[in-house]
Design a protein around this ligand. Structure first.
Ligand SMILES: *[C@@H]1O[C@H](CO)[C@@H](O)[C@H](O)[C@H]1NC(C)=O
Ligand SMILES: *[C@@H]1O[C@H](CO)[C@@H](O)[C@H](O)[C@H]1NC(C)=O
Length: 374
């Protein structure tokens, strides 16, 4: 008996010390956030890849110019990015730390989550060969999970993961790679085949993650990628590349149906799929609602639409950054990121379906679905 109570007390102390930072300072709607994907979600993992070229890093000026203390953290923005705003809305300070920044002994101290995202990566291993592939990101998570189980025990770890938000933002680089490889030779049949295989592959990754304990999945769909300055400069009219936008739309539809398949076959699988396509179309048509005045050119960069040369320490950059939607030739400003994140977090069904991220994280969990299958 004594041993039993002692054991319980020890567990309680362990848990309360782990959670004290959370409970003492802030109330969060989920215990932790785990982030996967590409540059839409990377907060500095690529800084730790020695062979990463500058175009897949954001750890030099003028990146981060509006981040606290003007630090270029590796975020692809002048300041914060979407996952920071989502994390803030859920009561955290910002995105969890990049996985590769964690010293070995710190790994077990990050109960508020970890960010595994890597700029340049995609759903396919072949997309962004220098980046951390989604497959490897999930393997890193698996390692982190074993530490968590060792520390908390299987049951507490299982609960922790089942209640946490798993955010995934990926797919854009696969579409751009496909589009640049096949360019004018693309036909509808070929595109349908490619995108449906991409959707299947994505579903397999998510299923693998689910097997490791996550239950709440928040996903960013694709924006109209063809409207990024980097792509518009290839269009003689400087308009959006509509055939690439059609790929985004089709990809979003395919992913939605894969998600429906997962939620109807995997017990307890819940998701929110953010329709960034609708968010961007709305803001391009109604810039005044958010105070945007410049939707064509990037803020940082040079040449046509400030998109021929990427954003570098030598680039000119704009001063009215709250009025620009694009920061560099691919990525939004922090204001742009904020608008997309807030629509995903608590927007209507036009922006997030079948539920928004707020509804997802606040939804109750059924105990019986929380046990590990692996
Ligand atoms: C959405 O959440 C944000 C952050 O919590 C808040 O500022 C905003 O007012 C909310 N919007 C709606 C429509 O509820
Ligand atoms: C589409 O492209 C593929 C691969 O290049 C080709 O085999 C197929 O015949 C094309 N289909 C049409 C309808 O043009």
């Amino acid at each position: 008996m004594t041993f039993f109570y002692l054991f319980r007390a020890t567990i309680f102390l362990l848990l309360s010390s782990f959670f004290s930072r959370l409970s003492a300072e802030r109330i969060t709607s989920v215990p932790a956030i785990f982030v996967f994907g590409d540059s839409s979600a990377d907060v500095g993992n690529n800084n730790y890849i020695p062979s990463a070229p500058v175009d897949i890093r954001g750890n030099y000026p003028h990146y981060g110019i509006d981040f606290p203390s003007q630090v270029p953290t590796g975020r692809f923005s002048n300041g914060y990015i979407g996952v920071d705003y989502l994390a803030k809305a859920m009561g955290f300070e910002q995105s969890p730390q990049p996985y590769l920044s964690l010293a070995k002994e710190e790994e077990d101290g990050v109960l508020q989550g970890v960010n595994f995202a890597s700029g340049g990566s995609g759903i396919l291993d072949s997309t962004g060969s220098v980046s951390i592939s989604l497959k490897t990101q999930i393997e890193y998570f698996e390692k982190f999970r074993s530490i968590l189980i060792r520390k908390l025990g299987e049951r507490a770890a299982s609960l922790h993961l089942a209640k946490s938000l798993f955010f995934v933002g990926t797919g854009g680089n696969d579409l751009i790679a496909y589009y640049t490889e096949f360019g004018p030779r693309i036909n509808e049949t070929m595109t349908r085949l490619f995108i449906s295989s991409l959707g299947l592959k994505f579903e397999q990754h998510l299923k693998k993650l689910y097997g490791l304990g996550p239950r709440k999945f928040g996903l960013y769909g694709q924006t109209p990628i063809g409207c990024a300055p980097a792509l518009k400069i290839w269009n003689p009219s400087r308009g959006c590349m509509e055939d690439l936008n059609a790929c985004s739309l089709l990809f979003n539809r395919v992913v939605r149906s894969r998600l429906d398949h997962l939620s109807s076959t995997l017990p307890g699988f819940k998701y929110s799929h953010a329709n960034l396509y609708n968010s961007v179309v709305f803001l391009l048509e109604n810039p005044d609602v958010y105070g945007f005045r410049q939707l064509e050119s990037s803020c940082c960069g040079s040449g046509v639409l400030n998109a021929e040369e990427g954003c570098s320490p030598h680039s000119p950059y704009c001063h009215n950054r709250e009025e620009y939607y694009f920061w560099d030739k691919y990525h939004p400003t922090q204001r742009g990121h904020e608008v997309l994140a807030m629509n995903a977090y608590n927007g209507s069904k036009v922006y997030a379906a079948p539920i928004n991220i707020k509804q997802l994280v606040e939804s109750g969990m059924e105990e019986r679905n929380m046990h590990f299958s692996a």
